[in-house]
Design a protein. Structure first.
Length: 335
């Protein structure tokens, strides 16, 4: 997964169409005035967050994030969005979006189906502070636009959850077509599990056969440049969303046999179980510091069958229970 965000050269045009000054936006974000003229625009997570915070501050439209994400012109879609749009079903589209997103930025799409619901979340892997609300709006609108265009239906989530305080609830309910919860423990799009099986009218196997292999080659090249430990851990983190991925599942995602993957890990001086625990440890710290999730919810997201198993594991990693660790770290940050 790259450590910088690739910003589309179309962003400047989109801002102009929405009445947002690109110059004022760059000034507000503390970014170079000629940034939008560069052939390739790459930003760190902090710079990327600052850019979208500035867009929200400069715009007089409280729904600007939704408008930026709800792109209806396919010619402006990114390769990741195109691959998702040409998928066979909504389930396939979510899987491809999550898989190929890791090519473009340090951001992960987590999809977890449980109890008749499918929860979709965006996680900023290198962030050390909460993401801007406008960016959450954009991501949710982007994904829903793909779902609606692909199915050809007025697809609506079961509900939308925001960590932010209640604001302009009617605007969001009109856009998403469902109940919107503010002050939630997470930012999440929650669909019905049955929505995953909706077929895509835009499914195009011929064009997908042209696009997907190139994206897969890029994934393979990127993984060859990294260590086996890092690529397995990145994959485990992406698949850790309410379940515990096993060796076969991770190896399949990496287009390797389980034996090959384990042999490469051994050459790096580690094992699959060790990498799984590292991934859980790092994700646990991220969730505890950057969310208001209950400890039982963190345990679920990390694939533990019960909270006590998570508590024992975390004590082994950090020497203290997760609740006490979070209180201490947040106390230090406050100071």
């Amino acid at each position: 997964m790259p450590d910088r965000f690739r910003v589309s050269n179309l962003l400047k045009q989109k801002l102009l169409e929405l009445g947002v000054s690109p110059e004022a936006t760059l000034r507000g974000a503390g970014l170079p005035p000629g940034l939008f003229e560069q052939e390739k625009i790459c930003l760190s997570t902090d710079e990327f967050f600052a850019l979208y915070e500035a867009i929200g501050a400069v715009s007089d439209d409280p729904a600007v994030g939704l408008r930026l994400g709800a792109e209806d012109r396919v010619e402006r879609y990114s390769p990741v969005a195109i691959a998702a749009l040409y998928a066979r079903s909504f389930r396939d589209a979510l899987g491809r979006a999550a898989r190929y997103k890791q090519l473009t930025c340090p951001e992960a799409i987590e999809v977890a189906a449980r109890g008749g619901e499918c929860v979709v979340r965006f996680r900023w892997t290198l962030a050390d502070h909460p993401e801007p609300a406008i960016l959450v709006d954009l991501c949710f609108a982007w994904l829903l636009a793909i779902g609606r265009r692909g199915t050809g239906l007025p697809l609506t989530p079961l509900r939308v959850e925001f960590k932010r305080k209640a604001a302009r609830g009617a605007t969001y309910e009109r856009f998403f077509g469902c109940a919107v919860r503010f002050g939630a423990a997470r930012n999440a799009l929650v669909f019905r599990a049955s929505d995953l099986d909706l077929p895509f009218a835009t499914h195009n196997p011929e064009l997908l056969a042209m696009i997907a292999p190139q994206l897969e080659r890029e994934l393979a090249q990127r993984r060859r440049r990294g260590s086996a430990r890092d690529e397995v851990k990145t994959t485990v983190k992406r698949l850790l969303a309410g379940r515990r991925p096993d060796v076969r599942e991770v190896a399949k995602d990496l287009l390797q046999s389980p034996r090959t993957m384990q042999r490469r890990l051994a050459a790096d001086g580690t094992t699959f179980q060790d990498v799984l625990e590292e991934a859980r440890n790092e994700l646990a710290q991220h969730y505890l510091l950057h969310s208001t999730l209950e400890l039982t919810e963190v345990a679920y997201l990390l694939g533990y069958e019960d909270a006590n198993s998570f508590f024992r594991a975390f004590r082994g990693w950090q020497g203290v229970p997760p609740g006490r660790w979070r209180d201490r770290r947040r106390g230090r940050r406050a100071v």
